[in-house]
Design a protein around this ligand. Structure first.
Ligand SMILES: Nc1ncnc2c1ncn2[C@@H]1O[C@H](COP(=O)(O)OP(=O)(O)OP(=O)(O)O)[C@@H](O)[C@H]1O
Length: 256
């Protein structure tokens, strides 16, 4: 078997004074090329788990390995350059053009000008933004959904082997969201990279994930393929989550 892209070994995290584990003795491994979605109720530890992968948070206990390498022993700046990170608020630099935002990491890596320009054009097309129309604009001149596409393009700039996404489409309307989900699936299948995406939306989790991680109160309830979770939920929390999604679907039945 190949070395897992991401491995958590008995990882825990508490925040000062809280008296409970935000992430509670969690172990799992993710094969390279997987698209993992993390689903759970508010405050269950999804963001904390994600932020420990790129060391925005340090675990209190346990080890995190990326391709077999202990992240605590890697220079944190180098580590983060190798990992794409997309958040709901996009984190775009407001005083920089879209082209400069997308080019952030290639510039840090001192790519030459022509290579950067070609890559920016390619990335903007990849996320469905026409380069000539958008390159010279500033983030405030784009809609929320367009800004989220730019955030995605920026994170993909140097084709990181691992992409972390925390509610990346949280701020967009349902139609734009479906379009962005389709783009993400297309990008993932083309790149064979490992994606980790946090979401509140059960439909998004089951549509995008090759495997879904269900979390509750800092622990993993189930980590399996969508089909296995739907057919055989591991605990009452997971079963209730699936029932709630089915209940919501019933709303539409009266209108067919
Ligand atoms: N910086 C922090 N300081 C103190 N407590 C924190 C901090 N960040 C998170 N927590 C707490 O840790 C727990 C897990 O938070 P986390 O943000 O990981 O949850 P989440 O599942 O991502 O929630 P949401 O879906 O609402 O974003 C929560 O109880 C939260 O209040």
């Amino acid at each position: 078997m190949s070395v897992p892209a991401i491995e958590f070994k008995d990882v825990s995290k508490t925040f000062d004074g809280s008296g409970y584990y935000a992430v509670d003795h969690v172990s799992f491994s993710i094969e390279e090329g997987g698209f993992i979605t993390i689903l759970g109720s508010s405050g269950c530890g999804k963001t904390t788990l994600l932020k420990m992968v790129n060391r925005l948070y340090e675990p209190d206990e346990g080890k995190i390995l990326l391709f077999g390498e202990d992240t605590s022993e890697v220079d944190v700046v180098k580590l983060r350059r190798r990992i794409g990170y997309v958040i709901q608020q996009t984190g775009l630099f407001p005083h920089m053009t879209i082209a400069d935002n997308v080019a952030t990491v290639p510039k840090l890596l001192k790519w030459d000008k022509q290579r950067i320009e070609a890559r920016v054009n390619e990335l903007l097309k990849m996320v469905g933004l026409e380069p000539e129309e958008f390159k010279k604009r500033y983030p405030s001149q784009l809609s929320g959904g367009q800004q989220q596409r730019v955030g995605l393009a920026r994170a993909l700039a140097v084709e990181p082997k691992i992409m972390l996404m925390d509610e990346p489409f949280g701020a967009v309307d349902a139609i734009t969201r479906i379009g962005l989900q389709e783009e993400l699936l297309r990008i993932h299948s083309g790149l064979k990279r490992t994606f980790l995406l946090v979401t509140h939306d059960i439909h998004e989790a089951f549509k995008l994930g090759t495997k879904v991680m269900i979390m509750n109160q800092g622990k993993i309830c189930q980590f399996d393929t969508p089909a296995n979770i739907i057919h055989d939920p591991a605990d009452e929390f997971t079963a209730a989550l699936i029932r709630s999604a089915r209940e919501q679907e019933k709303l539409w039945e009266g209108y067919v």
